[in-house]
Design a protein around this ligand. Structure first.
Ligand SMILES: [Zn+2]
Length: 48
């Protein structure tokens, strides 16, 4: 489990519905944070 980059509280982990290999964490207060390696994959997919 990855802690929130802001305050280090535990975040909820989700898997993207369309991209099963894509994971991201959501903090109730600070929004969504993509995993380091997977964020690159996500960013590139936006330009296709
Ligand atoms: Zn947070």
């Amino acid at each position: 489990m990855i802690p929130c980059p802001r305050y280090g509280e535990t975040m909820k982990r989700f898997f993207d519905i369309d991209e099963k290999q894509l994971q991201y964490e959501t903090c109730d207060e600070h929004g969504q944070f993509f995993d380091a390696g997977e964020s690159t994959l996500w960013a590139e997919s936006q330009y296709l």
